[in-house]
Write a protein that binds this ligand. Structure first.
Ligand code: ACO
Length: 400
């Protein structure tokens, strides 16, 4: 690790690295990715083991505290989170001021930022107690806010959380129950959703996490910093890819499905077309994204459980993947499916509307953003983030 401040001094030479292709923005001990091997570890634990042996709240505890909880810690943490699932009743009025057809990510950016207007005892980012309660509140309230955004968009009454359900089960209840009909949580679907949350919980210094760190480095409050992360995640090159991927599959399906895959791939390979194979490629993974493997398995389990084994979009996705993995264009560029390639198919099968996919990603990633923010603030050497530039504009001149 080279600290260039020590080599060159604060105002000496600096690196120019657009897109941070080879510049570390921080030191971190939370998540490790080996992109060549296709390996992902949270606090040292392989994602494959966490996905099978732990639930999302265990994973949250791990990311926040550095280790998996023992039985008491687990019970206490689950209880604390579930005690904070309700949101201030006044937030309903704020939500109701949005158009019903607003994109859920537009709504979420507003709602998450607005939490700082309601929970004043957790807005001092430099106070560890404030940060701790803000973390619990954010993790607990994100499912409630996403479900409220959904219910509002379809004109149904909001459903209050039911704290005797699991984290994922409670989210499904708030999404799909109505005051007229209970929703019976299917354990296979509940587990699949929980796995989606685990796989999206953290991914080191991606664009949204770096945004949260940069935003938090100014000393703003935790809710504002997480709202900045939500806004960044929305883009189709990042978290918005799950929505874009499902829309892409829908378009190919409408044009003829599997029979049209070859034609679509030719378009993708034509650099002038501007068409990308959404859900493929990653800045760090130059091998199969381990989350995509797990997501593909989950996809099969969910489709089988729901009797949708012949789902045409799943077949289409498999056909696209098969061709891409054998095609020189993708092989030469080391382009493999990423986590978003199959997650949309699972969510759609569960009954989640496409527009909500990225909001669910934000829900799951909130814990990673918080863990990274806490790590930065707790570092005695942390400074406000302030990138340098290479100035290419006009030299000094006089107004005549
Ligand atoms: N389809 C077709 N070609 C692609 C794709 C793709 N999905 N991804 C990359 N390429 C090509 C690029 O055109 C480029 O080709 P070139 O060398 O001939 O110019 C080469 O592969 C390298 O790609 P870059 O864009 O330089 O890679 P970068 O690391 O900057 O981008 C990114 C990574 C943004 C994820 C990109 O692969 C992409 O846009 N993928 C589709 C969107 C997507 O799925 N995003 C989700 C990422 S995972 C997440 O955020 C949860």
């Amino acid at each position: 690790v080279i600290d260039i401040r020590k080599l060159y001094g604060q105002t000496g030479k600096f690196t120019y690295d657009p897109g941070f292709l080879s510049t570390a923005s921080c030191q971190s001990s939370i998540t490790y990715i080996d992109g060549d091997k296709g390996e992902l570890l949270y606090r040292g634990y392989p994602i494959e083991q966490l996905a099978v042996n732990c639930d999302y709240l265990d994973t949250c505890y791990l990311l926040l505290n550095g280790d998996l909880p023992n039985a008491d810690q687990r019970a206490n943490f689950h209880k604390r989170v579930l005690n904070h699932t309700m949101v201030n009743e006044q937030m309903q009025f704020f939500l109701r001021s949005f158009r019903r057809d607003a994109h859920p990510m537009a709504v979420m950016t507003g709602l998450v930022g607005a939490l700082s207007a309601f929970y004043h005892d957790s807005t001092d980012i430099n106070n560890p107690e404030h940060r701790e309660i803000a973390a619990i509140r954010l993790i607990a309230k994100m499912p409630t806010l996403v479900a409220m955004a959904y219910k509002y968009s379809v004109g149904q009454p909001f459903m209050y959380p039911k704290n005797d359900l699991s984290y994922a089960g409670n989210f499904m209840h708030m999404m799909f129950a109505t005051p007229c009909a209970d929703y019976k949580v299917n354990p296979v679907i509940e587990r699949a959703l929980d796995r989606i949350f685990i796989l999206h919980a953290d991914h080191e210094q991606n664009a949204s996490t770096s945004t949260v760190r940069l935003c938090g480095s100014s000393g703003t409050n935790p809710f504002a910093a997480i709202a900045a992360g939500v806004a960044c995640l929305w883009g189709p090159s990042h978290g918005g890819a799950n929505e874009a991927c499902l829309n892409m599959l829908g378009e190919i399906q409408a044009k003829g499905g599997v029979a049209k895959v070859g034609e679509f791939m030719n378009q993708v390979k034509d650099k002038n077309s501007g068409v990308k194979l959404m859900g493929f490629g990653h800045r760090v993974y130059k091998n199969y994204d381990p989350r995509a493997k797990l997501m593909q398995e989950t996809c099969k389990e969910v489709l089988t459980e729901l009797g949708l084994e012949n789902d045409p979009l799943f077949k289409l996705a498999m056909a696209l993947e098969k061709i891409a993995l054998e095609d020189d264009y993708f092989v030469a560029r080391k382009l493999y499916p990423n986590v978003d390639f199959y997650s949309g198919i699972v969510q759609r099968a569960i009954g989640i509307p496409v527009q909500l996919f990225t909001a669910i990603f934000a829900l799951a990633r909130t814990v990673g953003w918080i863990a990274q923010l806490n790590e930065m603030i707790a570092d005695p050497e942390y400074k406000i983030g302030r990138p340098r530039q290479l100035f290419t504009g006009a030299a000094a001149r006089n107004v005549k």
